[in-house]
Design a protein around this ligand. Structure first.
Ligand SMILES: CCCCCCCCCCCC(=O)SCCNC(=O)CCNC(=O)[C@H](O)C(C)(C)COP(=O)(O)OP(=O)(O)OC[C@H]1O[C@@H](n2cnc3c(N)ncnc32)[C@H](O)[C@@H]1OP(=O)(O)O
Length: 273
């Protein structure tokens, strides 16, 4: 479908945008692909409808390719929008991954890809076609830095999930501060991720948040969640959102998740692998 020579800058074998590729110094391969795609989209995709041909590449095929590329991109890797504070915290947790205590959780536009749970047999999953048209809510913006920039780390033995969160300008509520709904989203996602890894497929039944101090846009906060108790299908969790230095408590929350099926938890799966 696309040139097999690939992009000379990012070396991606099927990159359709080689002529427009401009690699920033030290840019990782995945970032370079998306820089290329942005350029390409701005230049052409907005001008052409489905089925038009461009240098022999139909935009329909391109959109399919783009959709697949987005689904396979790990959005929880550092990008140029991450502040030094975010990078430092990320490096600190990566360091703690070395002895296996913590695990970095990749992040895709489809939830169950991030969990790497083998749920296909037990779940009535959406079809590939439907999935191309849906996206995990906190991963709904492609432009780096404008929305939810986050990376999660799991500590299986402590049943704890932390999320490094840097809210961008499109999450504004009161001027200069993150909207409370975006804070609720990142809390729900972190707590939810924790519950999924411990208990399998769950849904939020209750989420109670106390907002203590507003979160400045562009700042970095640590969302720290843990499972407190599991009673049958009920998973009780709690969470705190703090500044990196730990001095400011931005929010605290408690939540109840209900397990939807008897799927083995990822923790069990991981230990049996
Ligand atoms: C890693 C990747 C990173 C990325 C991670 C990203 C993670 C994304 C996470 C997103 C999570 C969401 O947004 S989820 C979307 C928001 N949530 C929803 O839409 C859920 C809507 N609600 C429901 O579908 C349902 O009510 C359920 C599934 C929650 C429960 O229904 P059910 O399965 O029929 O269970 P049901 O019999 O009603 O209840 C079971 C038991 O729980 C109790 N129970 C049920 N609801 C409640 C409640 N709100 N408060 C107290 N208790 C409750 C019942 O009394 C009962 O207790 P007893 O009698 O047994 O004692």
């Amino acid at each position: 479908m696309f040139s097999k020579r690939g992009c000379s800058h990012c070396t991606f074998q099927n990159c359709p945008v080689r002529p427009y590729a401009k690699r920033k110094p030290n840019t990782k391969q995945a970032d370079c692909i998306y820089d290329c795609l942005d350029l390409w989209l701005v230049k052409w995709a907005g001008l052409l409808g489905d089925g038009h041909q461009l240098h022999g590449i139909s935009t329909f095929s391109f959109q399919t390719w783009l959709s697949q590329a987005r689904q396979s991109k790990d959005y929880a890797l550092p990008n140029s929008s991450w502040s030094q504070g975010m990078m430092d915290l990320y490096s600190r947790f990566l360091e703690m991954c070395k002895d296996g205590t913590w695990k970095r959780i990749p992040s895709y536009t489809w939830l169950y890809r991030s969990t790497q749970l083998n749920l296909k047999k037990s779940l009535k999953l959406t079809s590939e076609k439907e999935r191309k048209e849906t996206r995990l809510f906190p991963r709904n913006m492609d432009t780096e830095g404008v929305g939810f920039e986050y990376a999660m780390f799991l500590n299986p033995s402590e049943k704890r999930m932390v999320c490094l969160f840097q809210p961008g300008p499109y999450l504004e509520g009161h001027p200069g501060f993150a909207h409370g709904g975006s804070t609720a989203t990142i809390i729900d996602s972190t707590i939810g991720g924790c519950a999924i890894f411990v208990a399998g497929r769950v849904m939020t039944a209750n989420l109670s948040i106390n907002y203590r101090n507003p979160i400045p846009l562009g700042s970095v906060v640590l969302v720290d969640s843990k499972v407190d108790q599991v009673e049958g299908r009920k998973v009780f969790l709690s969470c705190q959102v703090r500044s990196i230095d730990g001095q400011t408590l931005h929010a605290e929350a408690t939540a109840l998740f209900i397990r939807l099926d008897s799927t083995k938890s990822l923790q069990q799966q991981m230990s049996s692998q």
